[in-house]
Design a protein around this ligand. Sequence first.
Ligand code: DI6
Ligand code: FE
Length: 402
Amino acid sequence: MQQKADIIVHHVEVATMVGGRYGLIHDGAVVIQEGAIRWVGPTEDLPDLRAGEIIDGGHRLLTPGLIDCHTHIVYGGNRADEFEARLRGATYEEIARRGGGIMATVRATRAATAGALAEAARPRVQSLLDEGVTMLEIKTGYGLNLETESKMIEAMERLSAELPVEIVKTFLGAHTLPPEFQNRPDAYVDEICKTMLPEIAHRVEAVDVFCETIGFTPAQTRRIFNCARNHGLAIKLHAEQLSNLGGAALGAEMGALSADHLEHLDEAGVRAMAHNHVVAVVLPGALYTLGDKNRPPMDLLRQYHVPIAVATDANPGTSPIFSLLTVMNMACVLLHLTPEEALAGVTCHAAQALNRQDRLGTIEPGKQADLVCWNVSSPAELSYYLGYNPCHLIIHHGKVIG
Ligand code: DI6
Ligand code: FE
């Protein structure tokens, strides 16, 4: 180690999250140099170093920076009218059939400029960042044509340039069938594979598909994934949300990073995910918002040691939620995750869902210095509150940002 550190944080309770567990270091310290974690251990064993800045954590909890690994946070308009309609008894599917739902957001997104989309998303993203999110994934999917999907990516690029957060961009052209291709789903899949993906591939990292009865069939999903892989992109999918089409097993077979939602996942799907190291991303905000009584098979996921990530699914229809802490609470209350599992779900397992496990998600030497210091004294306290932000200090890439 060089003789001078940039930052030393000491007298903190360190939740390392190595191996998916708290791994608490009592009265710990972290040495940060050139954006990376160089040393972690008990404060009393801290190497004798000069440091640019020494932060006394006052025995607060220190965790990895939080990662929101599944969002649709860039979009035009909002759907408060549908919220009211559902309160009066309409269902999500009925609203979609009337031309609302995802298509309502597609119309508003097509009508907006890239600048307006970024402007509208900024406070929503900021609300995540205020709670210690240092990395997030954002999906396209409200354009459904090359022009608007590209515009959504431009909005994400703007946010990425302006805000202290790493953004993973995912192409979700296969979110729903656009009206231009009504009754011609295979022609739209052609459009995705032959026109949209070749133009967009260099600007995104991953491709997602809504594999569902009201989305795309497993055969169509497979075609899109083959095309994504030919462009060197990672794959992930919305699977088993409303029905069981075997999407998770298909994703597993094709090397998907994650399968997300999973309310209707069966044991064969769980086994396939475990065998191929696919992360299960659970999205309790969508269950909460829609009052869905179905639940992902949490016990089977645990039994087969499938890593479980937790994300907001932030979107204007099924999860208008811009608080990852709230969603951690929902994961505990609605899905019975332990607070330890919820924290792993937004750190190490979320990193794995975005293929960042080598660089992010735990506090150990060599990892990027993305850290959050919390005004709480135990990790469980993080998932316990609702509507209260105990974030004390955020370090992103070795710099104190808030
Ligand atoms: N599943 C979801 O929860 C979101 N998309 C998807 O495929 C919902 C998107 C929306 O209603 O706007
Ligand atoms: Fe989603």
